[in-house]
Design a protein around this ligand. Structure first.
Ligand SMILES: CC(C)(COP(=O)(O)OP(=O)(O)OC[C@H]1O[C@@H](n2cnc3c(N)ncnc32)[C@H](O)[C@@H]1OP(=O)(O)O)[C@@H](O)C(=O)NCCC(=O)NCCS
Length: 225
């Protein structure tokens, strides 16, 4: 007998989804910290920094303990730099659109917010929103695309994105934009397969030292509808 697996539907956000949506957005954002850290410690300049400082401390102190301590401090700093990027982003989101999902996504014209729910149990497992670009009535921006880690690779990311694109076409938008970071490789891969093109890349906003150490870039993608 064939294994059917869980079934999902994508529906409009309801007030009762509030806590689950916030949880999925928070978990999905903070999981990127470890991915970013792994990328940062593999970058050429950070490898060089670790190697050079380790060598310097060893030459000065002759102590393997001090050298290991130095490397540990640097690695901790790299981790905290990555964490700071996503934690400050999340804090801002939780205090703005994720604090008032209805006010930001259901009330304004040309906006919307959808959730993917597991049919059995009505559990929210994915989120996505869209809003009009301020000052650009023919452009919209996709926001908050997240799928619960346990339910990835079931086609939900694609379905949620397609929901936004279908809505955007019917509403009369001509362009759909979105912002992401270099760390989110599965998302970038999916967007490109769905016809989005990278328009620009720039260091993520924040203190220069954090940007330098974390190596995270921000990308803007766009798709003509
Ligand atoms: C990006 C994300 C939403 C994709 O959700 P998903 O439900 O796993 O995606 P789907 O199953 O619909 O897969 C769609 C496509 O995404 C790409 N993809 C998904 N996971 C991938 C992975 N681990 N590696 C490479 N490509 C991947 C593939 O192109 C896939 O198409 P395919 O199955 O035909 O190969 C999910 O990984 C996620 O929530 N990531 C963390 C949050 C995030 O980065 N959000 C984007 C905000 S801008």
């Amino acid at each position: 007998m064939a294994d059917c697996g869980p079934s999902f539907t994508v529906r409009l956000y309801q007030a009762g989804d509030y806590q689950n949506v916030r949880r999925i957005v928070a978990n999905g954002t903070m999981e990127l910290v470890m991915v970013a850290f792994k990328q940062a410690i593999r970058s050429q300049s950070n490898v060089f920094l670790l190697f050079a400082s380790g060598q310097l401390v060893y030459v000065i102190t002759g102590s393997l303990t001090c050298t290991s301590l130095m490397c540990f401090v640097l690695l901790t700093f790299m981790y905290l730099a990555c964490r700071q990027v996503y934690a400050s982003y999340l804090r801002e989101r939780m205090e703005t659109d994720m604090a008032d999902i209805e006010g930001h996504y259901l009330k304004p014209p040309g906006a919307g917010f959808w959730v993917a729910v597991e049919e059995e149990g009505n559990r929210v497992v994915g989120t996505v929103g869209v809003k009009m670009e301020p000052g650009h009535p023919y452009s919209c921006q996709l926001f908050r695309l997240f799928v619960d880690q346990r339910f990835r690779r079931h086609g939900l990311g694609r379905r949620l994105t397609q929901k936004v694109l279908d809505f955007a076409k019917v509403y009369g938008y001509r362009v759909c934009l979105l912002k992401t970071t270099s760390v989110q490789e599965p998302a970038i891969h999916m967007y490109q397969k769905m016809g989005f093109r990278i328009q620009s890349s720039s260091p993520v906003p924040g203190p220069a030292l954090l940007t330098l150490i974390s190596k995270i870039s921000g990308y803007e993608l766009e798709k003509n509808l």
